[in-house]
Design a protein around this ligand. Structure first.
Ligand SMILES: NC(=O)c1ccc[n+]([C@@H]2O[C@H](COP(=O)([O-])OP(=O)(O)OC[C@H]3O[C@@H](n4cnc5c(N)ncnc54)[C@H](O)[C@@H]3O)[C@@H](O)[C@H]2O)c1
Length: 350
């Protein structure tokens, strides 16, 4: 199969979908790989490494999109959507519930598009998990930085030192992103509260991190905690659908000035009422003294790590698609969002 890998075009996105090693394994299986020039540079992979792996470096997007299967990281932009066509396969993060214009474009082009983030194996989302882990950890790194007074924050050192109180973190969602954010906050010595609607998710979290306070989501309990909270991390997910706005405007008003809210779930529309998406050029905006961060491609800022993690996760599925297994493989089918101009994933039909 002819497989195309374009350069990512989202602002300050540094990832590429597959490393040269992953490309080499596909070439060995008899596939033809087209990689757009310089697509791997920000992840530390140059054109020569892709040539050595057996790929052809191509200079223009149109040639990349002549492939039968397009593998990329983030949802396609308008310029890319126009190049898609029927009977072509697209495999990447799509988050279509949050991007109706991308959904409309894919339906018009009649492409078959498979979303990394909904591919399900035994109830898990193995192609979302590595990026959620990275986003959870990065969220804490960012929040710690913006808590500094010179960055408009409260002037708090998260873990405190002798004779000072610890910083307080509230994490909404005890899944992959939430538990990784909690892990880093605990490592910094903070007091960490994690809320989820699932008992099972909370039990799994406390088993791994017994120092975290794990509680069933409750607005009343949040209202009690938020006046003492320094950082809120939003990390809830309803697979394939838009997230619920669980951190309402009324709850946000209970935070003191200089507090930071990071909505990791912004790629699924966000779980913080009224929040606007931001980007890596300007990750934060301040409103009524609260810092809001909602970067839709968080792992794009650490592309070396993210590309290696993503490439390892997706390669087995790319191999199966390229071998023609889509029609018979239920795991691959769980990722199909749209096909031949029709919506397939149930969360998008709501
Ligand atoms: N911004 C980025 O760059 C970026 C990167 C990776 C992941 N994400 C996003 O992070 C979010 C979390 O992903 P994940 O992999 O950790 O998901 P996950 O499925 O592992 O965890 C989500 C948790 O949210 C809980 N939840 C759902 N609805 C809830 C509600 N109403 N109240 C309380 N808890 C609720 C679920 O029970 C689950 O435990 C997703 O939206 C994902 O797309 C964003």
């Amino acid at each position: 199969m002819k497989i195309g890998i374009p350069l990512e075009r989202k602002l300050l996105e540094g990832r590429i979908a597959l490393t040269p090693t992953a490309v080499a394994s596909l070439v060995q299986q008899g596939h033809q790989l087209l990689v757009e020039v310089n697509a791997g540079l920000k992840s530390g992979y140059n054109n020569q490494q892709y040539i050595n792996a057996g790929a052809q470096i191509v200079a223009d997007l149109t040639t990349v999109y002549s492939a039968d299967l397009i593998i990329k990281v983030k949802e396609p932009i308008a310029e890319e959507i126009q190049l898609l066509r029927q009977h072509q396969l697209l495999f990447c993060y799509l988050h279509l519930a949050a991007y109706p214009e991308v959904l409309a474009g894919l339906l018009t082009q009649k492409t078959t598009a498979l979303a990394f983030e909904t591919l399900t194996v035994d109830g898990r989302l193995p192609l979302l998990a590595p990026m959620s882990a990275i986003a959870g950890r990065l969220a804490m790194q960012l929040a710690i930085y913006y808590l500094q007074q010179n960055n408009n924050g409260k002037g708090i050192l998260l873990g405190g030192v002798m004779n000072t109180p610890k910083g307080v973190i509230v994490v909404l969602g005890a899944g992959v992103a939430g538990s990784h954010a909690a892990a880093l906050a605990l490592a910094f010595g903070a007091e960490v509260y994690v809320f989820d609607r699932s008992e099972q998710a909370l039990a799994a979290l406390t088993e791994q991190y017994p120092q975290a306070h794990a509680e069933i989501f409750s607005e009343a309990r949040l209202a009690e905690l938020l006046p003492q909270t320094d950082i809120v991390i939003g990390a809830i997910l309803i697979k394939g659908a838009n997230a619920l706005k669980v951190l309402t405007q009324a709850l946000q008003q209970l935070l003191n000035k200089g507090s930071i809210i990071i909505d990791i779930a912004i790629d699924q529309g966000g779980c913080v009422e009224g929040i606007r998406a931001t980007d890596w050029q300007q990750p934060i905006y301040w409103q009524a003294g609260i810092g809001y961060i909602a970067v839709t491609n968080m792992p794009g800022a650490v592309p070396r790590t993210s590309t290696q993690a993503l490439s390892a996760a997706i390669l087995p599925y790319v191999q199966k698609i390229a071998a023609g297994a889509l029609a018979i493989d239920s795991e691959l089918q769980s990722a199909i969002a749209v096909k031949d101009g029709k919506v397939i994933h149930s969360a998008l039909l709501i």
